[in-house]
Design a protein around this ligand. Structure first.
Ligand SMILES: Nc1ncnc2c1ncn2[C@@H]1O[C@H](COP(=O)(O)OP(=O)(O)OP(=O)(O)O)[C@@H](O)[C@H]1O
Length: 313
């Protein structure tokens, strides 16, 4: 792969605030057109990383290149080619979405002849066309978030930094944002750096992920490969309620427990499912459902951190 295919490259990137290290010797490479997930719990260093990449914060040490440029020294050039959705986007509350987008289009050099078409398209994409003339101050959190995303993408940036884009959105709005992320990457070849706590979104959307903890990458790779490495041995089975005791006896050679009036959990891998099923059927247990527990990034994350509280904190 030629180096120009890497749009983002950091080497030992470090940022301290007083004595506190927020980003600690971070090595990241993000390829053109990929959706790269930056995962981590509160305070892991995701937002600080985005600010360093976008040149609004200088590194304490190490280096960062975006399109091969230093985003602090060449901030104006870099930021024209990137879009950013921050955690708390500042919108002009007294103005309408159309006015907000118009100001931004002007600021980011969208050609005058293009502005109306782009603003209309953005309002449609993010389901804001009907409220295009209302004041933003009357909007719900989710509507503001959709407007902020529309604004971040208005100048058709090559790289998009999205900090928790679906936070505060209802499932329908969240889906429209996630669909847009897929479209930007797969259809339009844009690069997306997605900061998220939502491990399921990351698994669905990201080509690669890096899990941050205390500013360091503790794991990185393709979501499916990470999942395979941290496979959990668990098969959930639903049987007739009267057959639970019989099922527990029949499955005695496995580690098995009743998890509900008609549910069992067996400590077994996916490859053992036929054997488990055959034992149950041999014991005349009425089996209704069998679900091998597909490992998720959540399992990966918990395996690394050891405790579930780490994510919730
Ligand atoms: N301007 C600042 N001054 C002092 N400390 C800061 C500053 N910005 C970030 N930090 C600290 O750096 C660490 C990383 O914060 P950061 O906001 O990057 O984490 P995050 O992963 O984005 O968390 P969250 O999911 O809560 O947004 C935290 O301990 C935070 O308190």
């Amino acid at each position: 792969m030629s180096s120009s295919e890497f749009v983002i490259k950091t080497r030992a990137l470090t940022r301290q605030f007083g004595g506190k290290v927020a980003v600690d010797h971070l090595d990241l490479t993000v390829k053109r057109g990929e959706v790269f997930g930056l995962l981590g719990h509160n305070g892991a260093g995701k937002t600080t990383t985005v600010r360093l990449l976008n040149g609004v914060l200088a590194a304490s040490s190490g280096s960062v290149r975006v399109f091969g440029l230093d985003p602090v020294e060449r901030g104006d050039v870099v930021r024209r080619r990137t879009g950013v959705l921050t955690e708390t986007p500042a919108l002009e509350e007294r103005l309408t979405p159309r006015e907000n987008l118009g100001i931004f289009a002007d600021l980011y050099g969208v050609p005058i002849g293009e502005v109306k078409r782009r603003v209309d398209a953005a309002l449609r994409t993010f389901d804001l066309a009907e409220v295009a003339a209302s004041r933003v101050s009357t909007f719900s959190k989710g509507m503001k978030q959709r407007l902020a995303i529309a604004r971040a993408t208005l100048h058709a940036p090559e790289v998009l930094y999205l900090d928790e884009p679906t936070s505060g959105l209802d499932p329908v709005s969240a889906k429209s944002v996630n669909d847009a992320i897929v479209r930007w990457s797969r259809d339009e070849g844009r690069t997306v750096l997605l900061c998220t706590h939502d491990l399921r979104d990351a698994e669905r959307l990201c080509d690669r992920v890096a899990v941050l903890s205390r500013g360091k990458v503790v794991l990185s790779g393709v979501p499916a490969e990470l999942s395979a490495r941290y496979e959990t041995r668990r098969v959930e089975i639903t049987v007739h309620p009267e057959d639970v005791q019989g099922a527990l006896r029949a499955l005695a050679r496995w580690n098995v427990e009743a998890t509900g009036a008609a549910n069992l959990a067996v400590e077994a891998g996916r490859v053992e499912v036929p054997a488990v099923l055959s034992v149950l059927l041999g014991a005349s247990v009425r089996v209704y459902e069998v679900h091998p527990h597909a490992p998720t990034l959540e399992d990966v994350y918990f395996a690394v951190h050891g405790v579930r509280e780490a994510v919730v904190a």
